[in-house]
Design a protein around this ligand. Sequence first.
Ligand code: FEO
Length: 398
Amino acid sequence: MAVRTLKDGVYAVGAIDWHRRLFDELIPLPHGTSYNAYLIKGSEKTVLIDTVDPARTHELLANLQKLGVDRIDYIVSNHAEQDHSGSIPRIIELHPDAKILTNQKCKDMLIDHLCIAEDKFITVKDRETISIGGRTLEFLLAPWVHWPETMFTYSREDKILFSCDFLGSHYASSSLFVDDEARVYEGAKRYYAEIMMPFSTSIKKHLETIKALDVEMIAPSHGPVYPRPETILDECSKWISDKGKNEVIIVFVSMHGSTEKMVNHLIDALIDRGITVRPFNLTGTDLGELAVSLIDAATIVIATPTVLVGAHPEVAYAVSLVNALRPKLKFAGIIGSYGWGGKVVEQITGMISNLKLEVLDPVLVKGHPKDGDIAALDRLADEILKRHKSIGLIKEDQ
Ligand code: FEO
């Protein structure tokens, strides 16, 4: 990765991981990612904001060399996760006088995860500032975006906010700044869905903090830098809004076609009632796409055949993920086909305990769906329509 300039004296020195396809051995990365680190030169001190994934340390070091950096005074650690902190030990080795500026929680985690010596740290408190000569850095604690120790660093004179993972995107790009807005904002929405959605209450607060600052540029730890912060801040405000949309997600697996037939009928019934439907056949779904859809949907329908008395394992996996992500869903339906019995409803209901959902009457059928079962699916579509109207997602006369 080349060195790029945010403004005079502020440089992007991180690494682009064009071909990484999985994060945390869980999250698909269709567009790769980047690990953004930034170098700020004050007239008295040189500061490195975060580092890179340890596998990319050589790129960070090469970029520092290109800039002719022979001394780093401070390493600001906004977040202890290793994709941003993993190169700190190597930087400390090369710059033994450098101190790590971070909050107490992050310090504890860096010691736990990276075995860094205690005397390498200077701890900072919320809103504490440090002058580096002509530039002032302010630290803002921002817990739960998405770990408990996360913080932002604000360069006051530059009006740049270094927001760690917050507002980032897994999006590898040769452009330092947002260029293809549609792709970057979709990437940022997906990133929010996968990482931040469980913490929407904390995020609301942090968003207000940022809006109260005079910010001209937001430089996250993944993906492009935002030169017009208002757009991404507005987008994020929409994601965290409590109000869902008139949308239904259907997650399903079908083994012999009966459950799929039910799903297809329900899709048509919902479309007939003016409801947006997003079906996901879990045997081939990118779970990131499912996560993005969860940001807006008001209802989820879980459709599964019965396997060994329970839900199909692919469905159980997806449901456990939905439960962990804590979307703003309000209603759930459970449908599917069984051979001779089972406990699908009890199992799935028990698996969505994080979500404050109203579970509508399930439609479970023995074998192939018959006329009475199809009628029950129509009634389920009616109930969903009624519920969406009841919370103002559709006008009463529609
Ligand atoms: Fe990009 Fe939470 O690390």
